[in-house]
Ligand binder design. Sequence first.
Ligand code: CP
Ligand code: NVA
Length: 317
Amino acid sequence: MAVVQDSAATKRKDFIALTDYTKDEILDILSLADDLKRFQKTGRPHRYLDGKTLTLLFEKPSLRTRLTFETGIFQLGGYSIFVETRLGKRETVPDVARNLERWVDGVVARTFSHDHILELAANASVPVINALTDYLHPCQILADVQALREHKGKDLSSIKVAFVGDGNNVFNSWVNFAGKVPLNLSLVCPEGYEADAKLVKTAQGMAKGEITITHDVEAGLRDADAVYTDVWASMGQEDEEAIREKAFAPYQVNAQLMSLAKPDAIFMHCLPAHRGSEVTDEVIDGPQSIVFDEAENRLHAQKAVLVKLIGSAEARA
Ligand code: CP
Ligand code: NVA
């Protein structure tokens, strides 16, 4: 079996948002991620990016995203260059893009402004991959879904994910996913912290499953197969920490809150976790937690994205 199958759908240049992809394309990436994970674990070579170079432009800190992209390109036979930067300060974003496209085969960017990654993609002829913006974190959701499928089976149409906490970049990407692939998604949050309304409405119009927002913990957690949370204050919102701690306190994922979900519900978190705030040690270290499976899959899911976007025609054959 050829590992890198040609998708029936169009090959995209960039990976900025899951909404840019069809359901089949998303499932195709997930399937390749499963193949690459199996190949990595059985020691089979898969140097589909031999000689390719990737640059990572990061405006925010990272452990998982940086390390998994760097390890991933290395395992695929390529090379990476990490640059910590603030885009738009020393020169314009389009000028950065026009330089990079002359040297490297792909750009992975973590930016504050979502507009900056769109500007990079619009001005670079090489693929641009979203490693998190204030608005979206699509790579995270691919890895999360890969882990969710490993624990709950590949058909997610009757699965309910309860996202407890801030309607932030991670949740927005979950909404984008649920708009494409059948799944039930519920945001359980304090008033004033709902997700981007337009994005939710668009996804609700396309979704086969339910996408709901509630402030009621019991209703939101009822029949949940997975309970997901993220930090209450994202990177860049540090000055709101105190006010958010207060607003989100009733939404802490602890043993009592977990008991409102199905007895076999799994616990998920994109990490880094603020233990004692959005989640207790008991839950994140407990038997229901799959947080390190999600973290592991960042490697495999992003390798699949790299192969799809940057892999040569020969590698794809
Ligand atoms: N989950 C995630 O993106 O982690 P990092 O911020 O460490 O990359
Ligand atoms: N919402 C978090 C995710 C971190 C991976 C943030 O943006 O800081």
